[in-house]
Design a protein around this ligand. Structure first.
Ligand code: ADP
Ligand code: ZN
Ligand code: ZN
Length: 723
């Protein structure tokens, strides 16, 4: 027997299948991890195919040295997914396989957690009456049964316990313990579904893709849980994806309350041990419901009945790291493989998904009203230029200050949303305009007031804050725009007695950081939570009656065709945090462009109107979903090398364009907007082509990349981030 093996190494040259002989008597199956001789070394690899014959000269083949486990760690579905990804996304086989296993497992860094237990032997001789401690232990174990060795030893002493073990009175057993992530305990009462929820649950019953368009507070979570329940009753399993960890505490608590130990949780906030053990519970079929962030789409759950992507429009579903993938594509693959249901849920679906629903590729299910019938919060637009003209150069407009005071007096809660993190985005000299930049990356440094340091958000390098302008010597240094810390500081001045909490990347980097802040906030009445994007989604606080959006325009003016859509989504999501219970909420939106159409649609919660405008724009300007964008990005330390290699590739692509002039809407080569990151220069080729021959052209373009070039090359399809 022969095995095709993929070597678990990153090198381009190794990214293919190597053949090995399966030695007589070795039990090997497809998907197993093996150790194989490679040159003088023994490398880890994965068996991806077994066959009776070999393609290579048999006399030159080597034998598999040994298997790592006695079962296949990669299941057949995942092997098929690997081929699909390598083929469609132009990814390396080994890097796909890596996505399927906890990193800790590949490097063998986590050990199973084994705990020693003690219990009384079947028959034993009672210790002598003088050994008082020993007698106490015997009594204790008689009453309480099996106990942890460490606990008993702590309570009664190590010496008497060891003596009992030595004399055969007490026996010791090792048991493996599965580490489980923490979660909040919730009482789960089964609610009576609203009519809209009932209709949604009844409609979503076939094995196809549904787009669940439900306003914020329409009770989508309850719908998801009912759908999952139905699958469990049929003996199937379920996969539920949520965009960020900050969301999972509440969702997870809900799911744990409803489905108990059948739930496994996968996200990057887990410790290595927890992640490994949750993965194992899924792998061996103990967990039937997986809840997790993006990477959970790769969990080895079998017999899927339903996949749910909550907040499907979220950018975080696209992995920007290598390997790049879009969770939606993977979900579609798994849906087809398992012949199961896929539900995409959102209050503000992505333009692409909604277009598919209109075209009939997905089935649209709508929940246009909140669960309690409460009206959506009223969004009031404040023109910050007018505020300035009236002499208010504060962060907060007069109406926002007024509403905040009102909330505090009524002992309710408010959220203040800021579009970025840090105290102020950058430091600038008022005299000559100098802005501090990272020496390794072509980006402005971000000022962190707490540490009084400048930080590069791309490479993490830290610098001293500016006192004196290095360019002109002036000491007139200004902090750029507003950040969370600054807002918190201002609020504390205004309301010295009110708890003011902050939630952003800095405050949530500790384990369970989100959960702690959210739980603390829940108890603060009155209380104000200041935060970035993280506070925009999913949270359900019934006493939040006011949401302030400090700088709504921030996401509006980015050089990206999706930025207006993102602004619409953000406003709708943030606004959705207010007035979720018995009182209507209010939103104060501060802007310098009060007449922008996005605000008109957003304040009316007019998703359909917005969609129409946006889809027409994309049609006219030929952007996705009416075209495909491809970016080929080159990066290397040496600018000359990267420029030349990029140019060489561009010349080849130009030839493709000559043969397909109608299909190419756009093609150009340029420095990337971020010309340098971590001391590597970046050049890019951007192109758009019509959909008619997109697959074929994409493949041709991919083949223009010289596999021997020195630069790192990233091939991106409809990238989210064009920096
Ligand atoms: P969405 O995800 O659509 O924004 P949620 O699922 O968070 O909405 O639900 C909003 C609120 O309504 C939550 O507090 C939830 O517990 C509650 N809820 C959901 N369904 C019902 C129901 N059938 N009856 C009463 N309350 C419900
Ligand atoms: Zn200066
Ligand atoms: Zn840097």
């Amino acid at each position: 027997m022969f095995a095709k093996v993929i070597i678990d190494q990153d090198a381009k040259a190794l990214d293919r299948e190597f053949e090995y002989i399966v030695p007589q008597g070795m039990a090997v199956s497809e998907g197993m991890r093996v150790l194989v001789p490679f040159g003088a070394r023994l490398l880890q690899g994965f068996v991806v195919e077994l066959s009776q014959s070999c393609e290579f000269d048999q006399s030159k083949l080597k034998e598999i040295d040994r298997t790592v486990e006695d079962f296949a760690v990669i299941k057949p579905e995942m092997l098929a997914l690997m081929r699909h990804m390598a083929d469609k996304l132009h990814l390396k086989l080994a890097s796909c396989l890596r996505l399927f296993l906890p990193a800790e497992m590949r490097t063998d860094k986590v050990r199973e957690l084994v705990v020693r237990f003690v219990s009384l032997a079947q028959d034993f001789e009672m210790p002598s009456a003088r050994a008082k401690k020993q007698l106490e232990i015997v009594e204790f174990l008689k009453e309480n049964g099996k106990q942890k060795f460490a606990d008993v030893s702590n309570q009664f002493g190590y010496a008497p316990l060891s003596a009992l073990v030595k004399n055969g009175v007490v026996i010791v057993e090792n048991e493996q313990i599965l580490r489980a992530p923490e979660f909040d305990k919730l009482q789960q009462e089964h609610r009576k579904l609203t009519d809209l929820q009932t209709r949604a649950v009844e409609t979503i019953c076939e094995n196809k893709t549904y787009l669940l368009h439900g306003v914020t507070g329409s009770g989508k979570t309850e719908v998801y849980m009912c759908l999952i329940e139905r699958q469990l009753e049929r003996g199937k399993s379920a996969l539920m994806l949520v965009p960020e960890i900050s969301l999972t505490p509440q969702v997870l608590a809900n799911f744990k309350a409803r489905f108990g130990d059948q739930v496994a949780l996968i996200h990057s906030g887990l410790s290595a041990g927890e992640r490994f053990d949750e993965w194992k519970r899924i792998f061996f079929g103990q967990a039937k419901v997986v809840v997790g962030a993006r990477s959970a789409i790769f969990s080895p759950i079998e017999n899927l009945g339903i996949i749910i992507i909550d907040e499907e429009h979220e950018q975080s579903y696209v992995s920007e790291n290598n390997p790049r993938y879009d969770t939606h594509d993977i979900a579609q693959f798994r849906r087809a493989y398992n012949d199961c249901t896929l539900v995409l849920g959102s209050a503000t679906p992505s333009i692409d998904s909604y277009a598919k629903a209109i075209d009939g590729e997905f089935q649209l299910v709508e929940m246009p009203v909140r669960v309690n019938g409460m009206e959506m919060p009223k969004i009031q637009i404040i023109d910050m230029m007018m505020e300035l003209r009236h002499g208010n150069n504060n962060i907060f407009s007069m109406p926002l200050m007024f509403e905040l005071k009102d909330i505090v007096e009524r002992k309710k809660q408010a959220m203040i949303f800021i579009n970025r993190r840090g105290f102020s985005s950058f430091q600038r000299c008022r005299q000559c305009g100098y802005v501090a930049k990272c020496s390794d990356c072509d980006v402005a440094l971000v000022y962190h007031r707490f540490e009084n340091k400048l930080k590069c958000h791309y490479c993490g390098k830290r610098y001293h804050a500016l006192d004196v302008c290095p360019s002109c010597g002036s000491t007139d240094i200004k902090q750029g725009a507003i950040g969370t810390e600054r807002v918190v500081e201002e609020l504390r001045k205004m309301f010295p007695d009110v708890p003011i909490l902050r939630m952003d990347n800095d405050t949530t980097s500790v384990k369970n950081g989100h959960r702690k802040i959210l739980n603390e906030f829940r108890a603060c009445k009155p209380g104000i939570l200041v935060g970035t994007q993280m506070i925009a989604k999913g949270h359900d606080f019934e006493d939040v009656l006011l949401v302030g959006i400090v700088d709504a325009d921030q996401s509006l003016y980015q050089a990206d065709f999706r930025s207006i859509g993102r602004t619409f989504q953000l406003i709708t999501q943030v606004a959705g945090r207010a007035g979720r219970s018995a009182t209507q909420g209010k939103v104060i939106l501060q802007t310098y462009s009060p007449n922008h159409y996005v605000y008109r649609f957003a304040t009316n919660y007019d998703y359909k109107g917005f969609f129409k405008k946006e889809i027409n724009l994309r049609k006219v300007t030929k952007f996705p979903p009416y075209a495909r964008i491809v970016r080929v990005l080159f990066s290397h330390e040496n600018e000359k090398v990267v420029a030349e290699e990029c140019k060489e590739c561009f010349e080849k692509i130009k030839e493709i364009k000559e043969d397909a002039p109608d299909e190419f809407v756009y093609l150009d080569v340029m420095k990337a907007p971020l010309n340098k990151i971590k001391n590597k220069f970046r050049y890019q080729i951007m192109m758009r082509f019509a959909l008619s021959r997109a697959d074929e052209l994409e493949k041709q373009v991919f083949d223009c990349i010289n596999p021997k070039c020195k630069s790192s090359v990233f091939f991106e399809i409809n990238p989210n981030n064009l920096s």
